[in-house]
Design a binder for this molecule. Structure first.
Ligand code: GLN
Length: 187
């Protein structure tokens, strides 16, 4: 059985592990380079990207994560996880992995729309996906190798670049495992 790690520094780790529990994989918490080396794929959860980034630096995980992803370990970042994967953010300075060739705007949907839910059309899925957005980013700019799989008002909210998958929204909160399955299918 494949082992799928969830980066467990901060954020909604338990919800991702619960989702993985419904799929045909073993979900494990990843907090150290040793546990990272033992997984076949990795989820970076939502939470607060500045906190996750700082903790990754403090726990000596930023470089091991970067090397693992550059070495081809499939990874899926949700919300703050997407921010962490990005090359840059539109504002401020925070530790990033820089493996996904996008510019991300944090908290992009504005105060009125801090949290909302919508049924999204996603390339590669037959039926719409109920997407939960919580203080979500959108993607401001994509590089040439990045495929946009879903957008809201022309703002990409789901992208893929090789084995890197990222969504602005939270499938682990919607009880729909199809996007986690997309990650598992790339193992
Ligand atoms: N607003 C958070 C950030 O910028 C992300 C929110 C989330 O992961 N739900 O890091």
């Amino acid at each position: 059985m494949s082992r799928v790690g969830v980066l467990a520094l901060q954020g909604d780790v338990r919800e991702h592990l619960a989702m993985l529990g419904h799929l045909d994989v073993e979900g494990v918490e990843v907090r150290t380079p040793e546990t990272l080396a033992a997984v076949d794929a990795l989820v970076i959860p939502g939470g607060e990207s500045t906190t996750i980034g700082k903790l990754a630096v403090r726990f000596g995980m930023l470089e091991p994560l970067r090397r693992a992803i550059e070495g081809g370990v499939p990874v899926y970042g949700t919300c703050a996880g997407m921010i962490l994967l990005a090359g840059s953010v539109t504002e401020g300075d925070q530790p990033l992995l820089g493996v996904l060739d996008v510019v991300v705007r944090r908290n992009a949907f504005g105060r009125q729309n801090e949290s909302f839910e919508t049924d999204l059309e996603i390339t590669g899925l037959d039926d719409k996906f109920h997407a939960v957005f919580i203080r979500s980013p959108w993607i401001e700019k994509v590089g040439g190798d990045v495929e946009v799989l879903a957008s809201i008002d022309d703002h990409p909210v789901m992208v893929r670049q090789g084995r890197i998958l990222a969504t602005s929204f939270h499938p682990e909160l919607a009880g729909d495992g199809r996007i986690h399955q997309m990650l598992i299918d790339t193992i």
